[in-house]
Design a protein around this ligand. Structure first.
Ligand SMILES: [Zn+2]
Ligand SMILES: [Zn+2]
Length: 197
């Protein structure tokens, strides 16, 4: 079993006050892995990954991609996706890289969420638990169940106090982005709110 906070912003997101190094120490302390998902860049994720051995924490490359229709979390991309494309095209580009696309806080009440498009876009998963955005969304869970998509959870931390405080539970420790993608595709994951042991 392993827990990964699937939604973390570092100083590579303009709106985040999380220091990348501090997020790594905190995750190590909590015994959780991190998917670094800065806005429209994987630079923070790549940097975090380079420190992953030193801090003994599993790091996965992610990105919260801005689209015309709302934000989409990409896991396992190696090339950045241009922002503000129509969501369908963004998801296509994510899939072309063999990565997976998850709707970020799909029903959060702002223009950064996919809302009704969550019902038909070719997504692999739905972020059901977004700690910063208020916790578990019933609407998000419902659409995930109805569509048979993976359910994920993350802190959406923009400050250190939230890093690693919510996440997604996997049946075993994914060793690579490839493993993580496989588990999401197989829906072998559950959102978890309390990660402290
Ligand atoms: Zn977001
Ligand atoms: Zn976010």
């Amino acid at each position: 079993m392993s827990i990964i906070d699937m939604h973390v912003h570092t100083e590579f997101s303009p709106c985040s006050r999380v220091k990348l190094i501090e997020s790594l120490s905190k995750a190590a302390q909590l015994g959780v892995g991190l998917a670094i998902t800065d806005h429209d860049t994987i630079k923070g994720a790549l940097k975090a990954k380079s420190f992953s051995q030193k801090y003994e924490v599993k790091i996965f490359i992610g990105c919260e991609v801005s689209t015309k229709d709302g934000q989409v979390l990409a896991y396992g991309i190696m090339e950045e996706i241009p922002p503000y494309l129509p969501a369908e095209q963004t998801i296509e580009l994510i899939h072309e890289q063999g990565a997976v696309a998850v709707a970020s806080h799909p029903f959060r009440n702002d223009r950064e969420s996919l809302f009704e498009k969550t019902y038909f876009l070719p997504l692999d998963g739905i972020e059901v638990l977004n700690l910063a955005g208020g916790g578990v969304s019933k609407d998000a869970r419902e659409v995930a169940v109805r569509r048979g998509l993976a359910q994920t959870g993350g802190s959406d931390a923009h400050t250190l106090n939230l890093v690693g405080e919510a996440g997604t539970k996997f049946p075993y420790q994914p060793e690579s982005e490839e493993d993580l993608i496989k588990l999401i595709k197989r829906k072998e994951c559950t959102p978890v709110k309390f990660t402290r042991r």
